[in-house]
Design a protein around this ligand. Sequence first.
Ligand code: GDP
Ligand code: IMO
Ligand code: MG
Length: 430
Amino acid sequence: MSAIAIVGMQWGDEGKAKVLDALAEETDIVVRYQGGANAGHTVVVGKEKYAFHLVPSGILRENKVCVIANGCVVDPEQLVNEVEGLRARGVRIDGTNLLLSDRAHLVMPYHKLIDQLSEQKKESSGQRKIGTTGRGIGPAYVDKVARSGLRVGDLFRPDYFTRRVEERLTELNVILKSLYGQDALSAQEMAAQVLRLSGALRPFVADTAAYINAALKQGKRLLFEGAQGSLLDVDHGTYPFVTSSNATAGGAATGSGVSPKLIKTTMGIAKAYTTRVGSGPFPTELTDKTGEKLRERGAEFGTTTGRPRRCGWLDMVALRYAIEVSGADAIALTKLDVLTGHRELKICTGYQIDGQTVVRFPSDLSMVEKAVPVYETMRGWREEIEEVRSFEALPKAARQYVERIEELLTVPIAYVGVGKARDALIRRGK
Ligand code: GDP
Ligand code: IMO
Ligand code: MG
């Protein structure tokens, strides 16, 4: 038995899917445990590029079972489209290799509408918007916690489902009218619209916690695929500029119904620099030509929304904090190749805040906003490294950069990403 959580250590898009796909060769089951279609997980196989939003990134590997577990919020329309899109590209997906928890909450059309209206309202009233992906994630988790949500299993009790939609819309229609000047939504129509998709989802629906626990007892190997990143975690991230779920490793236990004792290893995924999409503090952000160069070389545009990602130097204060709250045992450092061509590289080792040097990531957002990074400067390299497949064969300056990061961390760097391709991942050590 082995159970490894793959968890983002920054603000998402660290290259989790690429590392997961590589590790998935040696696994039996891949479990998505939180978030929803706000995620955009890219796997490149030869000339083909796949972007996953709800379907776990293990689906491309033969004979693996992929699970969308209870902690996820599932937009039925998005899931049906994603499955159909993948099938059209020749990926086999059926009830034997994709399972969907009957306990997962549904993202309803009104969640997406409220997500978008709320962001627009913030913007037009001069407030700072979160910069969400507009996929209804926040409103769906709000309903879950407020006990007003609908779950996948409810799709198969149409009368109950319709009644619950009516109850929810009785309240929401008042809010939609008074806050956003929107006409009332018809509960009957909306319930019917969603229920029409239930047939397409039925083959996948299962008690996934029971499935996963039985598989662990049988000695199966599991990967837990995190979405977003530890700094977007609703408890530990840069609140309120976060997503609405636990993107830290703890989410893997509650989000799948597995004891935390069984998830023995957490592999933290971090880029060799830092990116962020949406609003919120980002101390090492570069708004100059260097930032642009990182965005261009790294193709840093959102997988889900296409928005340009904000780019900056590696931030060890934030990274050490993420490693702590997610209990990462090792790091996969991705996109080292993107750093080729810089005369020098910078690593942030501390923050200057109000004249004090701070090395612990502050919980007070205004402190993070004020933080001036303290940098260590490293020599860069000019050689392209995308074809390099051993650590020793990397340019000396690239090795020194990785080794210095490892020195500043408390955990080893087990993998180094040097390109988009499936095999562009160097394994270090044993
Ligand atoms: P995820 O959300 O963490 O799975 O990451 P995304 O898929 O949103 O973004 C990561 C992007 O970087 C994708 O386009 C990947 O194909 C790409 N990528 C992953 N690892 C590497 C790497 O080591 N080098 C380069 N150049 N690209 C990478
Ligand atoms: P993956 O899994 C990067 C960001 C949004 C926004 C905030 C809240 O691909 O790493 P939400 O729609 O979740 O309410 O938006 O979180 N965000 C992500 N940023 N990668 C993601 O997923 C993200 N999912 C959400 O940009 O700032
Ligand atoms: Mg992504």
